[in-house]
Design a protein around this ligand. Structure first.
Ligand code: NAD
Length: 425
């Protein structure tokens, strides 16, 4: 797969693309330009080399980052990833997109992101704990429930949040669970957080189909990805009677034009380890990932990784619409082609915002020292995310623009309005 040259350049280009749409909203064009210039830079870039002594006595050092992009609408909010390919520009782009995502779904947060350049599979659990705790020690003065709220991202999880919480609270000498989201339930995590991104994606899909008056029983879906997002999205879509004809993981996928049983597949996946193995050990028919993307389905759901839909394969994609559940699965050139072919694409910052929405509910629960039931979490998620879709849909219809353009337009406008109200520009 081709990687974009630089995801932050991509992000800034997305910002530039909405400027013409904003011109009518602001009489003072100089002020608008000043706001856009400010939005092209993060507010704070925090960096530190972390030194780790491995269990074998060797010393290693790892570059870490926290980039706080914009907090005009509320405290910074964003995940932390541990990955060998982390770069400063990638974290900048992801922190910008978090600012957009929180504004789209209209929750009172800005955006941030953090990361360590490390391959966590090369560390044992004790080493990972020591590295995480050092990172938390570095971040402690810059985070907090009203300042910056980290969460898990690629290769981090509730355990990593628990280690960070321990260091933060020790140094502050008081409890502060609302500083982190995505925590284990035992330490103040929310019911429903694990499956929230997939569940939210199905709510968005249902809202889209309703707006187009499409009967969900008449459409066929192909899903790329069978991890947290792909599996839960598939599970809720399956429960809601959607026909999923193909689904894949990194090893490849399985296909059945009559519809797959996701519950059965999940069990087989757990038994055999990957979908390729499932197909070789059972009578499920195998499909390569590349071919899954090009199936003649109604809806394609990339839910695995970035840059799955590119200039190279876009003309072979036959889906009538696309729901981006992964972050950044479509390159900007492919996006242009979809636009000219009038294929609807529901963008990642809207489609996968269920995760950060339930993180927001976790924060609210922690601030109140109160626990919501799963039912309440799910109802509030449905209400919040369906409203976000409705807001975008209104802009799409009024301005006759794509869902991605409408999403960025609305989010950037909300951020700029907050910056103006605060007198930052
Ligand atoms: P995950 O690691 O749980 O799952 C990733 C899945 O993608 C796995 O099934 C893996 O086998 C598959 N995969 C990897 N490479 C592939 C390839 N080349 N072809 C096909 N499948 C491949 O990750 P996740 O949490 O499900 O995240 C998936 C995407 O969704 C990422 O882009 C992530 O940033 C985004 N996202 C996740 C959340 C969340 O709450 N987990 C929220 C918002 C966005």
């Amino acid at each position: 797969m081709l990687k974009p040259v630089n995801s932050f350049e991509n992000a800034k280009r997305q910002l530039d693309l909405v400027v013409p749409l904003l011109l009518n909203d602001y009489q003072d064009k100089k002020r608008l330009n000043r706001a856009i210039r400010l939005l092209k830079k993060p507010q704070n870039i925090l960096k530190k080399k972390l030194n780790l002594k491995l269990d074998n006595g060797k010393k290693r050092s790892y570059q870490s980052f926290r980039i706080q992009y914009n907090d005009a609408r509320g405290p910074f909010k964003g995940g932390i990833r541990f990955h060998q390919n982390v770069t400063e520009d990638e974290i900048k782009a992801l922190s910008f997109w978090m600012s957009i995502k929180c504004a789209v779904v209209n929750i009172p947060y800005g955006g941030s992101k953090g990361g360590i350049i490390v391959d966590p599979t090369k560390l044992n659990l004790r080493e990972l704990e020591r590295l995480t705790k050092q990172y938390a020690n570095f971040l402690t003065p810059y985070i907090g429930p009203w300042r910056d709220i980290p969460a898990p991202d690629v290769n981090t999880n509730g355990q990593v949040m628990a280690w960070m919480l321990e260091i933060f609270e020790k140094r502050k000498r008081h409890h502060s669970p609302a500083t982190f989201t995505g925590k284990p339930i035992e330490l103040g995590g929310s019911e429903g957080r694990e499956e929230a991104t997939g569940r939210g994606g199905v709510y968005i899909l249902q809202a889209y189909l309703k707006s187009k008056k499409i009967n969900h029983k008449k459409i066929k879906l192909a899903i790329q990805g069978f991890g947290n997002v792909g599996y839960w999205f598939a599970k809720f879509a399956f429960n809601a009677d959607f026909k999923i004809v193909a689904i894949s993981d990194v090893s490849g996928g399985v296909i059945n034009t009559a519809g797959l049983n996701i519950d059965e597949l999940k069990k087989l996946h757990a038994k055999f380890g990957c979908l390729k193995e499932v197909s070789s050990m059972t009578n499920y028919k195998f499909i390569e990932n590349k071919d899954l993307l090009e199936l003649p389905v109604d809806l394609l759901v990339p839910a695995a990784l970035e840059n799955a839909i590119t200039k190279e394969n876009i003309n072979k994609i036959k889906a009538k619409f696309i729901l981006e559940m992964a972050n950044g699965p479509t390159t900007s050139d492919a996006d242009e082609i979809l636009k000219s072919n009038k294929i609807d694409l529901i963008p990642d910052v809207l489609a996968n915002s269920g995760g950060v929405t339930v993180s927001y509910f976790e924060w609210i629960q922690n601030l109140h020292g109160y626990k919501w039931t799963k039912e309440r979490v799910n109802n509030e998620l449905k209400e919040t995310i369906t409203k976000a879709f409705g807001d975008i849909q209104e802009v799409v219809l009024e301005k006759k623009i794509t869902y991605r353009e409408a999403t960025f337009y609305l989010a950037v406008k909300r951020i700029i309005d907050a910056m103006i109200l605060r007198g930052r520009v």
